[in-house]
Ligand binder design. Sequence first.
Ligand SMILES: [Zn+2]
Ligand SMILES: [Zn+2]
Ligand SMILES: [Zn+2]
Length: 363
Amino acid sequence: MRALGAQVPAAAAGRTADPLARAIDYPLLVSLGWDPVTKTLAPDRQHPLLGYSICRVAGCESEAWDRSGLCGGCRSRFEAGGEASIEAFAALGARPKNRSRDRRCLVCQIPGFERPVGTNDLCLSCDGLRRRRRQDVAAYVSGDGGYPPAQPRPGLGLCTVAACGRLAARRETGLCGAHDGAWRVAGRPDLAAFRAGASPCLADRSGRVVLAGLGDDVIAEVLYGVQASVAEGRRVLTTNLRGVVGHLRRCGAANVADAVATAAPRTPVRSFLAFTADRAGLVRSDPGTEQEADVWDLRLWGAAGRLSFAGGAASPRYPGAEATPGHHPAVAEGGGQDVGGRGPQYHDGGAGAGRHRRRRAAF
Ligand SMILES: [Zn+2]
Ligand SMILES: [Zn+2]
Ligand SMILES: [Zn+2]
């Protein structure tokens, strides 16, 4: 699949500023929950298009997409346990969350000298030294006949996985405990690639979509896809958007259009990617460049459909659009009398119906 930009006529090639960047409404996105510093979208869960239900288990607050009203973790616990009903299970409340990621070493917990707990309430380095000295934890912390009280160690900064905000636990890798474990389990792959491609730790995912680690151009396109979805009344489920980001991380595409073909057919991930590629392609076109193309996209003039001088039914401009049923009127509705080679043809194809269908679609 080619980049959409590659099909912009040469006249536009001299432009340096991407029209997409100008079309992105950052204040709007911030109001929707976008944090440009952490590059994380954490929408209000009451938002009609971006919101979600939370788990019905008392005290759990994770996103719940299951019809049972349970989050994935509670659903697994319910299925493994012997509780007779979901109601009874939900009333029992959430299991105390493992908050070890938020806890600091008993010794290393002052600003600039903070390290996360590894084992025995100490960071990995402190606990390693304690074991070599054969001290118990209290003796290590407060000192004993053989050693003075332990001194805090300089922090290691944040985990070097782009999508992670936890404290780093290991100096050798610069990874937090969870990512360090995942990296080892994965067979110690190339660290640079792992840092760029790893998803946030499971417990850090609920309620947010972390785009950090993706290229700035890809982030801009995804944000524009969210913005266009909201403008058109399309639902964007956080769980699907995380799937989109995960796919983009894995395939490493330089833009959304390139990622469409490698997404599984007929999935919400592909649907969002195709939609976003289409809308990004549209905003990068303008009437000036569009008049030089063989197939005009009439949406640029506020109309629906396409005007073709090439005699073909579908423009090659939006190659991913075919993958989304009901996505583009001219393709999905099969409309327009397509008589090849007889001058301009208007591919209308019930654009109104197509538009309605788009509004109902959910990612
Ligand atoms: Zn839950
Ligand atoms: Zn420590
Ligand atoms: Zn991490």
